[in-house]
Write a protein that binds this ligand. Sequence first.
Ligand SMILES: Nc1nc2c(c(=O)[nH]1)N[C@@H](CN(C=O)c1ccc(C(=O)N[C@@H](CCC(=O)O)C(=O)O)cc1)CN2
Length: 281
Amino acid sequence: MTSAYILTLSCPDRTGIVHAVSGFLLEREGNIEEAAQYNDHGTGLFFMRVRFACSQTETSLREQIADLASKFGMRWKLYPAAEPMKTVIMVSKEGHCLNDLLFRWKSGLLAIDVRAIISNHRDFYQLAASYNVPFHHIPVTAATKAQGEAKQLEIIESEGADLVVLARYMQILSNDLCTKLAGRAINIHHSFLPSFKGAKPYYQAHDRGVKLIGATAHYVTADLDEGPIIEQDVERADHTDTVEDLTARGRDTESQVLARAVKWHSEHRVLLNGHRTVVFK
Ligand SMILES: Nc1nc2c(c(=O)[nH]1)N[C@@H](CN(C=O)c1ccc(C(=O)N[C@@H](CCC(=O)O)C(=O)O)cc1)CN2
């Protein structure tokens, strides 16, 4: 019986990498179903993503890939392709992105498994219940942030979440929590970064008189809204728009940008390249 796997790797660029990987898989009767690679001439790093079917067990493949990787200095990861990514979604008082992700998940459009919803407000406990997803209300104040984050992390770890989505969660995560969630927490920022970081970006955009508004999905880091960008998009604006108009029009862009980022991350299409990303769409 064959199983589908996804192998992602990065290593110093040199000739023969694709040949070595494809030959490795051929020797094990692996059938390549999808492959993509990128050579970053600026950093000299080579990136690759391969989806393949193979009859060998994951344990056996890991042992053999480790041997290949050592010869090329590869940083690599191997994922069973069929496993949906266990996900925890965090939200505050704006629920459009949460609602969109839940609908896409239940419609089979996202390879995720929403294990819990965490919020510092109670607004969306009925929405969670309608999808039969546990809802955890964890209020957060400056005085209670450490305890609140400890509860959040306990839920994340107990659910085995490989992805945490800040779907308009409006609390700044501590440096410690950012470290623990490194590479597996995605935030949707409601501006076209690097413009208008921080709180109330639509107020900032309106004050600047922008003719475009936007949304940015990025990995969460200790540096607020500075994490590696995964996806962005923009929407037109003009002099007649109020902040409320911009906020309303921006909701669809935010939801669509976040959904694309979650889809690509859950399919292991996003590779970190320093403070940037490589996205094999
Ligand atoms: N460590 C990080 N935490 C969070 C990030 C991040 O990139 N790194 N992204 C934000 C989301 N966000 C914009 O998208 C954002 C949320 C909240 C604020 C903010 O200043 N909020 C409060 C202060 C709350 C607090 O101290 O925790 C405020 O309005 O004054 C700015 C940007 C999610 N978290």
